[in-house]
Design a protein around this ligand. Structure first.
Ligand code: ATP
Ligand code: MG
Length: 440
């Protein structure tokens, strides 16, 4: 395993003082996979006070010192170093209720959630891998450390973390681990909602449709409003799938941004409640966008999602059935009303929605939405290039017409710019001067 120079220096300083020092957790896993770790965590036999002595020349972050963690500020960022420890009682669902320092790296590794996260590395000594994490990584297996039922009961967040790691690294969840994830899903009810939201956001960014389908019982525990959608037959020639299977494909189909993934996951949550059949036995879901938006609002409030995200998701769901013809005037109007980012999000959701129906007839709709996006792109490029600087008349020209200097002049220039951008006037001096003269 390659370790950055600064990290090696910190490890050496601990060793010189007679302590053990290991790189541990995510950074070991990532580098075995050939991924550059985003940070390096260390663990050590030194107690926090001993670390403070060893690193007395460094600036330290001591916020986590009660749990054994000292942050050492280096040129390349803060390196967290934690005393070998075991822990228990996760009832506050954020930090373990108690920690106890232990003498060996092996005991420290035993508190960790999955075998792939329970490996350590020390230059000169190689890997500490008491649970077979290296073999599991090689074989693509996600396996809990120890008895999975007990481990998920201790901290149910591990269920969502496990799903996330399996999705992110394309691992098979080992059967006993998977059984325990399902059987202990009830324990998710005990977690702080913020913690669920945070983990679910990360999970949604990496999960594909197959994973979302696999974890339906877990999702239904976290968001019970989704349960009626699971297996709900749409009785419609426009849909090849049940509501939740469709949801899974749409979620996979939108770009991995939290707002979009949550909007996709919840976009049809209102469908079961709005279901009706007509005289031909065909299913309809009139009003499901509005109902779904309200439900999503409640769900995201309950999960304590950030307000900005919640509002964006609710807006997207409320508008996901809106048709936008790809005409310049209409695009421009939508743009001034909703802003570019929101419209782009909505188009991404609507495209994924059509593509996720599993029927060929949706392709025309997708072409139309892509045409809308193209017009949007043209307009935004044009607007990026167009400004008062490129307008064919200047303040001086208007003053020569008889306009008085002052704020009014700026307003007139902006008004002219708007007309040019709306393509109601060409960006030519003669035409603009003519208009300005009329206003005068
Ligand atoms: P990421 O790339 O997402 O940061 P990571 O493995 O570094 O992955 P962290 O949440 O940063 O994940 O946690 C660091 C390490 O701490 C993990 O690798 C794991 O060994 C341990 N860990 C974190 N959360 C838990 C938990 N809830 N239960 C048990 N061990 C945990
Ligand atoms: Mg990490």
């Amino acid at each position: 395993m390659n370790l950055p120079k600064t990290v090696l220096e910190l490890m050496q300083a601990l060793k010189d003082a007679g302590f053990e020092a290991w790189a541990v957790g995510g950074c070991v896993r990532d580098s075995v996979l050939g991924i550059t770790p985003h940070d390096y965590d260390l663990c050590t036999s030194a107690a926090p006070e001993q670390m403070q002595q060893v690193f007395c020349k460094y600036q330290l972050v001591l916020a986590g010192v009660k749990h054994g963690t000292v942050g050492v500020v280096t040129d390349t960022g803060v390196v967290e170093i934690t005393t070998f420890r075991t822990e228990g009682d996760y009832s506050d669902s954020r930090h373990p209720g108690w920690v106890r320092f232990v003498p060996t790296v092996q005991e420290d590794l035993a508190r960790r959630d999955f075998t792939i996260n329970a490996m350590a590395y020390c230059p000169g000594q190689g890997y500490a891998d008491p649970f077979g994490g290296l073999a599991d990584l090689k074989q693509g297996v996600l396996r809990a450390v120890g008895d999975p039922v007990r481990r998920f009961r201790e901290d149910a967040l591990r269920i969502l973390r496990g799903v996330r790691f399996a999705a992110r690294f394309h691992l098979e969840i080992e059967p006993n681990t998977w059984d325990a994830m399902r059987s202990q899903a009830e324990a998710l009810d005990l977690l702080a909602k913020e913690r669920i939201f945070e983990e679910l956001s990360k999970l949604l960014l990496v999960a594909d449709a197959q994973m979302l389908l696999k974890i339906q019982p877990i999702l239904a525990r976290v968001i019970p409003e989704l349960a009626p959608a699971m297996g709900f037959c749409q009785h419609s020639p426009h849909h090849a799938f049940d509501v939740f299977t469709h949801i899974a494909y749409v979620t996979e189909g939108v770009p991995p941004e939290p707002e979009l993934r949550f909007a996709a996951l919840l976009h049809d949550v209102g469908k079961p409640a709005c279901f009706t059949t007509d005289e031909n036995g065909r299913g309809h879901f009139y009003g499901h966008a509005g109902v779904g938006a309200r439900m999503a609002d409640e769900i995201l409030q309950r999960l304590k999602a950030p307000t900005a995200l919640r509002q964006e998701v609710v807006w997207l769901i409320g508008h996901h059935m809106t048709d936008y013809p790809p005409e310049k005037k209409l695009v421009r109007r939508a743009l001034s009303r909703h802003g570019e980012q929101r419209l782009r999000h909505l188009m991404a959701l609507e495209i994924a929605d059509l593509s996720g129906k599993g029927v060929v007839e949706s392709e025309d709709g997708v072409v139309r939405l892509r045409a809308f996006l193209e017009v949007l792109e043209q307009i935004s490029q044009q607007e990026g290039q167009m400004s008062l600087k490129t307008l064919a008349v200047k303040g001086q020209d208007l003053m020569e017409l008889g306009y008085a200097p002052g704020p009014k002049l700026g307003e007139v220039l902006n008004e002219l710019l708007n007309l040019v951008m709306a393509e109601e006037l060409p960006n030519e001096k003669q035409a603009l001067m003519h208009q300005a003269k009329q206003w005068l």
